[in-house]
Design a protein around this ligand. Structure first.
Ligand SMILES: [Zn+2]
Length: 302
């Protein structure tokens, strides 16, 4: 009898330790696939750590108080149930699109796409569209160039972007290379033939952002849908007239921005600022949380 109880505690202890390791190594893609992932992540982690510890205690000390056995089992049930609820019931499911599109997202710096339109991009990826990211500079003036490039890849991968191309134009001096940038964008456009292009707005005080805007508009002169996104450096003239509901994707957006650890001290990457902006744009759009865009032109698929 005692042998069986010991065996059950041993199996439980092993299972809970495996769950802890999987959670910590992000093998369970909670942060990308599940709503409210942060809360769920901590409930699973804490309950499994305590449960595994108690299971181990009961394993080596079978005469321990019945409450230890009960506590170990209850915490285990909470941890495993939360995992199940998170993965099954709170899984992010975007409507699969009946007409998959090709989308090009262009940013001057490694974190621009995530900060400005990360929610929309993640939603489009989940709906089955093909997304290509284009980053014009390595952002060497705003941080460590090599880590920023790696983080750009991690952020894009987190959102689900299919392919990222990094150009090598000099950070903060893109306004001297508008024509060259435009030609490189045009090469990608001719190859991809995107249905939608996301780029910077002209209503932006950052010279690099404006340069990328002009380069994009020139390179995409024959395309029918160009949407300009909202960077932290937009001016008050930025007036969005197209909105994307990101209520389900705000957590994903925040986590994708977190991949840019090199920039994590900047005020505009803090979660409360990202939330605040999403709620503000959501209010304008009669939604809970949204991302806003200025349309250069838009082809309504009707
Ligand atoms: Zn930027």
């Amino acid at each position: 009898m005692f042998g069986l109880v010991k065996f059950i505690h041993l199996i439980n202890c092993i299972i809970f330790n495996i769950v802890i390791i999987l959670i910590l190594t992000k093998k369970l893609p909670l942060k990308r696939m599940v709503r409210k992932s942060k809360i769920i992540f901590w409930i699973i982690l804490i309950s499994n750590i305590f449960s595994a510890t108690l299971q181990f205690f009961c394993l080596i000390n079978l005469d321990s108080n019945i409450w230890y056995h009960l506590g170990a089992d209850c915490l285990g049930i909470i941890g495993q149930s939360t995992l199940l609820i998170g993965v099954v019931w709170m899984k992010l499911i975007a409507e699969p699109s009946p007409r998959p599109m090709k989308i090009l997202a262009i940013g001057a710096h490694p974190d621009d796409i995530e900060i400005a339109c990360g929610g929309s991009i993640a939603k489009l990826c989940d709906a089955g569209h093909t997304i290509v990211g284009l980053i014009v500079s390595g952002g060497e003036c705003g941080g460590n160039s090599s880590s920023r490039r790696i983080e750009a890849m991690k952020g894009a991968e987190f959102l689900g972007i299919n392919k990222v191309e990094m150009m090598d134009f000099p950070d903060t001096r893109l306004d001297n290379f508008v024509l060259e940038i435009s030609k490189q964008i045009e090469t990608v456009v001719n190859e991809l033939k995107p249905d939608i292009v996301f780029t910077h707005s002209v209503h932006d005080i950052h010279q690099d952002h404006r340069a990328v805007h002009y380069a994009t508009v020139r390179a995409c002169r024959n395309l029918s849908t160009i949407l300009c996104y909202e960077s932290p450096s937009i001016t008050q003239k930025f007036q969005p007239n197209v909105f994307v509901n990101i209520e389900q994707y705000i957590d994903v957006k925040i986590e994708s921005i977190r991949e840019h650890e090199d920039q994590n001290k900047k005020s505009y990457v803090q979660p409360e600022q990202v939330y605040g902006k999403a709620i503000f744009r959501g209010t304008q759009a009669k939604l809970k949380q949204a991302e806003g865009f200025e349309a250069i032109r838009i082809n309504l698929p009707i």
